[in-house]
Design a protein around this ligand. Structure first.
Ligand SMILES: [Zn+2]
Length: 191
């Protein structure tokens, strides 16, 4: 970049040769291509950040950072239930519809789109199983990042000290996975 810059500077200085030598053209072209590639990546990132998936990812930022040892606490099947919830790729109709595997994105209860949030917090089909979940999670029930192993919104993530002091609660995450297993909603394919 530095070289491209100085060549560009030289080329625009009066009394210099306007046409750079062939080797310089190759250098400039390589720099230009590199720059274009980088800005394309930046563009894609910013589009992603503004998208629904991006919002979801941001919301779960904390859940996805670091604590991968969480998965060691589960057998394969339960670990994959947890991973699907964390990535938003659990096989609920909202997701299945998006990838063309379900005609409707509605939940079987008919109230709204079937998402991780709807499943965990709203769907009346699972009221009974949810009682145990609410008890286990306590006051942070309703915070999706927290329930999936991330930081609850009440902890200020911009404060380095708070961030370090905070630790996920494996009991809570286990309760979420147990809830999902108990409903059998995501199990049909694995049996
Ligand atoms: Zn529902």
């Amino acid at each position: 970049m530095e070289r491209a810059h100085s060549l560009a500077h030289d080329a625009t200085t009066e009394s210099r040769e306007i046409d750079p030598p062939p080797w310089a053209k190759i250098q400039l072209r390589a720099s230009a291509l590199r720059w274009a590639r980088l800005s394309a990546v930046d563009h894609r990132r910013s589009v992603f950040r503004q998208s629904v998936a991006g919002q979801y990812a941001r919301q779960l930022d904390w859940a996805l950072q670091g604590p991968h040892r969480i998965y060691d606490c589960f057998d394969r099947e339960k670990a994959s239930v947890l991973a699907e919830h964390r990535t938003g790729h659990a096989r609920f109709n909202g997701y299945l519809h998006r990838i063309g595997q379900s005609e409707s994105d509605l939940c079987a209860c008919g109230v709204e789109r079937e998402t991780v949030q709807h499943f965990l917090f709203q769907c009346t089909q699972w009221n009974e199983q949810r009682r145990v979940l609410i008890d286990a999670v306590g006051s942070n029930y309703g915070s999706l990042p927290y329930m999936l192993g991330g930081k609850p919104e009440s902890v200020d993530g911009t404060n380095e000290q708070n961030r370090r002091a905070w630790k996920h609660d494996i009991k809570v995450i286990k309760a979420v996975v147990a809830f999902a297993v108990e409903t059998k909603r995501l199990m049909y394919e694995r049996h």
